[in-house]
Design a protein around this ligand. Sequence first.
Ligand code: HEC
Length: 251
Amino acid sequence: MNEMSWFNLPSLGLSLKALFSSYLCVVGLGAILASAQIMLTHGMADGKLGLSIDDIVYSYHGDHRSSQLEAKLNGSMKDKAPQTERVKIIKWLHNGTSIEEWNHEIKAIFDKNCISCHSTMPGLPDFTKLEQVMLTTKHSEGASTSSLTRVSHIHMFAIAFIFFFNGLIFSLSIGITRWLKVLVIILPFLCLTLDVFSWWLTKINPIFAWITMVSGVSYSLISAYTWFVSMYQMWIMPLNGKKYHHNAWSD
Ligand code: HEC
């Protein structure tokens, strides 16, 4: 037994436990809100609810073959018009969105099926105006280089900090074999780096989108694991009155 034998999560004093737990609670809540935001932005990118590989491809690579309008007509707006009329809109898109066809046939389809919402609901494009229809007919280019550069470094700095404090707290846990502890501490940083690199790779080629998915899911699961282990060791383990004599940093 050395003089640092109180240096582990169950034996810490109340003030450090309070600090660590407050931090973990706020970061945990932040993670839940972040997942909700990802679901609402990237999750809906392909027009269907829930995060999928297609969403990641759509967000970072874009869709060089079809426009937002076509994606929606095959996605969340699919039930808004009968099959034959949807096909007419899509043909109009493929034939180059001519004004004559718009006036002749397509405008009527929009008036009948779409403008009840798309002229009344705030925040939606107003489809009584041809300019606003045209804005949804552009092909999606995915994420721009400037936005990726900005998001990449903010993401890396900010999340590295979160992982650092998570790892620091977790490093004080006991009863976990050394190699597992080291792995659990290193992996989130590795996944974070992979995550950011995969956005760039996906922008270039959509086959890399699965790396974004796998790395994001991995660091979420590992963070959840360290969160629960840390909280458990600080608050549940000491309840049995046992003393833990072990310097967690000496492993
Ligand atoms: C019942 C109301 C309603 C009707 C009818 C409707 N939409 Fe929508 N539309 C929405 C809502 C709500 C959203 C936003 C949620 C989403 O993207 O799924 C939306 C989003 C869209 C978007 C994406 C706009 C953007 O800026 O994100 C397009 C494109 C679209 N609709 C096309 C159509 C077309 C074409 C029709 C007619 C065939 C149609 N919608 C009919 C409610 C409606």
